[in-house]
Design a protein around this ligand. Structure first.
Ligand code: FE2
Length: 242
C-alpha cells in the first residue's frame, strides 16, 4: 500500500538529456546523491566492507539467510528487523548489528535522495535465475547491493537496446558491480532518460546463494507499513521452502 500522500514528495529527477557520462562512481556514501542529477542514470559507490564482516556474510548458513520485505521508516529499521532476524535463526551479535547498521544507513540515504518518508526494503535470498533477463526497472530509482554472492550485471546505455533485443545472445560488453558496491539505478519512469539496462546474474545450478538488498520508494506493490507493536509477520513477507 502506498504511504500517506503527505509522506511522499516527488523525487527531484527530470530535466534535460544527458550531457556528461551518465554512469558515475563515487568513493563515499555521500556521492550517491549524484543520482539526483538529470544527466546521471547510474551511480555506483565503490566500497569495501571490513574483512570480518565479509567473512561473516559469506558463512551465514543458507537456511538462516533472511528473505523479507518491509515498508518502513529508516528510524524504525532496527526495532523492526531484530525480531525478524531472530525468526530467521540469525544469531544476535556484533556482525548482525553491523548488517542492521549498514541497512539502516543505506535506506536512510535512499529515503533522503528520493524524499520518501518510508522505503520498500527487500532483503532477498536468491538461488535461482529470477530477473535474469535484461530489463529496465519500472521505477524512478532503485538502490541495489549484494551482500553475498554474484553481483548485478548491467549494460552501458549505448548497448542497452541491443542487450534487451538479444537477451541470451547478447555477447557484451557486460559490466558487473563490484562485491558489496552500492548502486542506485534510474529506471524507466525517471524522466531524465531511459534507465539503465541490467539483470541478475544467472546462478541456477551453480550452488550459489545471493543475499540481495533492493530498496524502492513505496508503491502499490509494497506491503502495509510496518507498525510498532504489531505482529511481525503481518508486515514482512518471509519466503520459505526454496
Ligand atoms: Fe531490475
Amino acid at each position: 500500500m502506498l504511504a500517506k500522500k503527505d509522506e511522499i514528495i516527488l523525487p527531484p529527477f527530470g530535466g534535460a538529456a544527458p550531457e556528461k557520462d551518465s554512469v558515475q562512481t563515487c568513493r563515499s556514501v555521500d556521492g550517491l546523491t549524484e543520482i539526483q542529477s538529470s544527466s546521471t542514470e547510474l551511480v555506483i559507490w565503490k566500497r569495501w566492507l571490513p574483512p570480518q564482516f565479509r567473512d561473516w556474510l559469506d558463512h551465514i548458513p543458507i537456511e538462516v539467510l533472511p528473505d523479507l520485505r518491509l515498508l518502513i521508516k529508516p528510524v524504525e529499521l532496527q526495532i523492526a528487523l531484530e525480531p525478524l532476524l531472530n525468526q530467521c535463526g540469525m544469531q544476535a551479535g556484533d556482525m548482525r548489528d553491523l548488517l542492521i547498521a549498514d541497512l539502516a544507513n543505506l535506506i536512510q540515504v535512499f529515503a533522503g535522495i528520493t524524499a520518501s518518508a518510508r522505503v520498500d526494503l527487500r532483503l532477498e535470498r536468491v538461488n535461482d535465475d529470477a530477473c535474469w533477463k535484461f530489463h529496465r526497472d519500472s521505477v524512478d530509482a532503485r538502490l541495489i547491493t549484494t551482500y553475498r554472492g554474484p553481483t548485478t550485471e548491467w549494460v552501458k546505455p549505448s548497448h542497452g537496446e541491443r542487450a534487451i533485443r538479444e537477451q541470451k545472445e547478447f555477447s557484451g560488453p557486460l559490466e558487473r558491480l563490484g562485491a558489496h558496491d552500492v548502486a542506485i539505478f534510474k529506471g524507466s519512469r525517471a524522466s531524465s532518460g531511459n534507465g539503465i539496462v541490467h539483470r541478475s546474474p544467472p546462478i541456477a545450478g551453480t550452488g550459489c546463494t545471493r543475499l540481495l538488498l533492493c530498496v524502492n520508494q513505496p508503491s502499490a506493490a509494497s506491503p502495509n507499513p510496518w507498525v510498532a507493536g504489531s505482529r511481525n509477520d503481518s508486515h514482512a513477507s518471509i519466503k520459505r521452502g526454496w
